[in-house]
Design a protein around this ligand. Structure first.
Ligand code: G3P
Ligand code: MG
Length: 231
């Protein structure tokens, strides 16, 4: 992970319904080397969807965590696609890219560790190709305890004073920041701790160029074709 990284945010979500398998396939076709998705825990499974509620991205209604897995899997997440299971995302990516799994909601730590152990142990994935991130820093602490080899990234939308302490507690690989709050001082502070800085979410090549100039190590984008335009 030494080059500037482009994470296809929720897959190639500028082109296909976000967090679906077709958005992931599209990102791979466009050459994305990393893909970001969001997951919630439901009935001992991790389901791939961004919002807490179903209305914006599916034809369903209600809270994800208050829905049965059967109901979630019966819905249309866009273009006839189902809400994917994390397992299907691992299988779709295969050996073609890295995967950033963003933990949403609660009770995700044990499940993500068991999936990663399975896919690293049995299907040829490497820890270096998986990054687990979250605004729920407590979940990341539990992941760290269960499997210290997993690369972790706390996400911050506002940057609290103790953000470095939070990142160091889990020996973070990177700190993932809202692009609107990044400046050179933060980048340097984070680099001084030997951690990377990834910025979300940038869909304009000038903004991406600026991030590169101040030393950011990678960005999340809905338009993976920007990779070529800014290189
Ligand atoms: O992980 C980067 C970014 O995805 C965090 O925000 O709301 O798009 O999941 P959100
Ligand atoms: Mg996300």
């Amino acid at each position: 992970m030494n080059d500037f990284i482009y994470f296809a945010h929720r897959g190639a979500s500028g082109y296909e319904p976000e967090n679906t398998l077709i958005a992931i396939r599209k990102a791979l076709e466009m050459g994305a080397k990393w893909i970001e998705i969001d997951v919630y825990a439901v009935e001992n499974e991790l389901v791939v969807i961004h919002d807490e509620r179903l209305e914006r991205t599916t034809n369903g209604k209600g809270l994800i965590t208050n829905s049965s897995l059967d109901y979630l899997r019966s819905l249309d997440a866009g273009k006839g696609e189902k809400i994917p299971l994390l397992r299907e995302v691992f299988e779709t990516i295969g050996h073609d890219a890295g995967l950033n799994i963003e933990l949403k909601g609660r009770e995700t730590a044990e499940l993500i560790v068991s999936y990663i152990n399975e896919f690293v142990g049995e299907y040829g994935w490497e820890y270096s190709r998986i990054l687990v991130s979250s605004f729920e820093h407590h979940e990341l602490q539990r992941v760290k305890k269960l499997q210290p080899e997993i690369l972790l990234a706390p996400i911050f939308s506002r940057i609290p004073e103790d953000y470095i302490t939070i990142a160091k507690e889990i020996d973070a690989f990177s700190v993932n920041l809202d692009a609107g709050f990044i400046n050179k001082k933060y980048v340097e502070e984070i680099h001084n701790q030997m951690m990377k800085v990834f910025a979300y979410t940038l869909n304009d090549k000038k903004d991406i160029q600026f991030m590169k100039e101040i030393g950011v190590d990678g960005v999340f984008t809905n338009y993976p074709e920007l990779i070529e335009l800014t290189e």
